[in-house]
Design a protein around this ligand. Sequence first.
Ligand code: NAG
Ligand code: NAG
Ligand code: NAG
Ligand code: NAG
Length: 393
Amino acid sequence: MMRLRISSTIVVVFLMIQTGFLLFMYARRSSFMPQSEEKPSRVHILILSSWRSGSSFVGQLFSQHPDVFYLMEPAWHVWVTMYQNSAKVLHMAVRDLVRSVFKCDMSVFDAYMPWKRNLSDLFQWAVSRALCSAPACDSFQRTDITNEMACKTLCGKYPFSKVEEACKTYSHIVLKEVRFFDLTVLYPLLTDLSLNLKIIHLVRDPRAVAKSREQSVKALARDNGIVLSTNGTKVEDSKYKVLQEICSSHVQIYETATQKPPRFLKDRYLMIRFEDLVQDPLSEIRDMYTFADLRLTPRLESWIYNITHGQGPGKKREAFKITSRDAVNVSQAWRNILSFQKIKKVQEVCKGAINMLGYKLLDSEKEQKDLSLDLVLPRQRNQFSWSSFNPKN
Ligand SMILES: *[C@@H]1O[C@H](CO)[C@@H](O)[C@H](O)[C@H]1NC(C)=O
Ligand SMILES: *[C@@H]1O[C@H](CO)[C@@H](O)[C@H](O)[C@H]1NC(C)=O
Ligand SMILES: *[C@@H]1O[C@H](CO)[C@@H](O)[C@H](O)[C@H]1NC(C)=O
Ligand SMILES: *[C@@H]1O[C@H](CO)[C@@H](O)[C@H](O)[C@H]1NC(C)=O
């Protein structure tokens, strides 16, 4: 009798738990149900960053995922074609191109390269695993980790139409752009019902960016001219005027997204600091993947381990070498290379960004050289509470 009573109690409890669970799942599901038939099933991710901030590396973390169609800087074509305009004027054309590419409509490139014939006509095409594997190119599998050199040799002559054909077979479209300086320019894409846009805003300590920019002065000169609106004249950024623009754009973007953001930005903005990524790659990558509705596969995990530890095939050219010892080395290198004079100048033009993004200003050369002094302050997540918003319109 006793035993029977206990087991029926257990059954009742079990049924209650199960019912609760089902109700919970149903509620969750319906809150995620599309509001209308137009709602897309694809996920669109924009990696919003700036030159020399680690965005190629972050791009690769997405590009190598078998569910992702990735393009690096498609709007490069806009800037190269219309180099006499300012970044501000080109915002609209860049946004239009990004919208089209998210929709896998590659006819948008007609305006910028009417001669286009092959995959290899597209800027940086070979860093896209999707353009190196089926259906774009037969030399690799979608689940392969591809490398730029091998892909360049084997896949360049496939017709340009493969870009669109491949794009349409993916659930996630990821684009990396350094050519947006204002978050509000993206509002029409965020409210576009045919898109499901999420933004990963990747930032890096402006002093490290300054050091890295000094090592590629020539390569940046044309883009600098566009940022400073010089009507096609190339500029070397010796006075950090471009860096100032970049810093103020990061402030604008971060501020807009975190202080009184519009409702449609909810769950659609994630800020990532390059230094945190270098310090703890797997944890930051997991955050980005979760945000993007992607799953980490064992193969990707092994590849990420390899590239962050300088291991695996092709390590010489490809590896983003950061062992835990090197991690600090890489992100602190500027402290040994830049003069304190330059650091002061960068801090002057980027003070707002340095403070807002959570880095510590240096007061003296002594502090600069004391590498035990950590300049990356802990992330302050959830400064802004969405709970103050009414989730319904
Ligand atoms: C593009 O493709 C055509 C034919 O498909 C080929 O003749 C040409 O060499 C290719 N161009 C490049 C740059 O690979
Ligand atoms: C920009 O440069 C072009 C020639 O390179 C010139 O024709 C045009 O007048 C210039 N525009 C302005 C606003 O200076
Ligand atoms: C990681 O490196 C090991 C050792 O070199 C190699 O066997 C493995 O295939 C690599 N993994 C990936 C996914 O590249
Ligand atoms: C980084 O490592 C190199 C040698 O591997 C060393 O010479 C250099 O001082 C290190 N830099 C920092 C910032 O620790």
